[in-house]
Design a protein around this ligand. Structure first.
Ligand code: BGC
Length: 251
């Protein structure tokens, strides 16, 4: 089977895709990005994904396609919709994309995909015990790994802390929306990660999402028992993990 696959990362604000070298865990050629269509409706998103793939210079018709999406995804069915249209709830996303793209597609949760990329190729490689991957973006995504094995669909971004769904307080979108400076945002992240730590006692936290490239501004401010380190694959982790899991699902 080919050592290349296409990875697509659908987010609340952008949709990114690239051809992936599954052996080295790196992107081949250009990464293409489009805005997520207003309202985040299934048909509109599927059309943008088809257009995006047609713009990837290295994409071939026989390549597997893995898509990661910001929702609980069980057997290809999207079961929640925090930052996209509610039409996704209960939808057969595998079937939608397979029909639109004319080839088999495998859909999974975005944080799970990013976590798989970090465990396979990045900051969580060869780490035993419990690793909690978190992505700080439009929402907060989380993925749990026990001795390198994914426990899918952990939705710990929605932990209720101080009476609120804490994603709305500590995501990167919340920092932007409320104009928080790094110290103010780090205070909220401290509350969030300390709560996770009290509940799970992980061996390692990995922090991804676009803002993780500025990790020096906020990670050193956090006081936790477990090490907390930036994702190595940064904002490409979703693309890499989605492509890797498409290959695994096709086996
Ligand atoms: C969703 C998760 C997703 C995360 C990051 C949350 O709002 O519930 O499924 O992984 O955002 O996109």
């Amino acid at each position: 089977m080919s050592k290349k696959a296409i990875g697509i990362d659908i987010g609340g604000t952008g949709i990114k895709g690239a051809v992936v070298n599954l052996k080295s865990g790196s992107l081949i050629g250009e990464r293409v990005r489009h805005e997520t269509p207003q309202g985040g409706k299934p048909k509109d998103i599927a059309k943008v994904v088809a257009q995006l793939i047609s713009q990837l210079p290295d994409a071939k018709p026989d390549m597997l396609v893995g898509i990661c999406f910001p929702a609980i995804v069980r057997n290809g069915i999207t079961l929640s919709a925090a930052n996209v249209s509610k039409e996704w709830i209960g939808l057969d996303a595998d079937a939608l994309f397979t029909a639109e793209l004319g080839r088999p597609v495998h859909v999974i949760n975005d944080a799970d995909a990013a976590g798989v990329a970090e465990i396979k190729f990045g900051a969580g490689k060869d780490v035993d015990g419990l690793v909690i991957m978190t992505t700080l973006g439009t929402g907060i995504g989380t993925a749990l790994f026990i001795n390198g094995k994914l426990v899918p669909n952990a939705e710990l971004g929605h932990l209720e802390i101080q009476g609120v769904d804490y994603e709305g307080k500590a995501s990167f979108a919340a920092k932007e929306r409320e104009n928080l400076n790094w110290a103010e945002w780090a205070d909220r992240l401290q509350t969030y990660y300390a709560t996770l730590e009290a509940l799970f006692t992980p061996d390692l936290f990995i922090v991804g999402g676009g803002v993780s490239k500025q990790h020096e501004e906020f990670l050193p401010k956090l006081k936790l028992n477990a090490p907390i380190i930036p994702a190595l694959k940064r904002n490409n982790a979703g693309i890499l993990g989605a492509a890797a899991l498409a290959k695994k699902a096709a086996k």
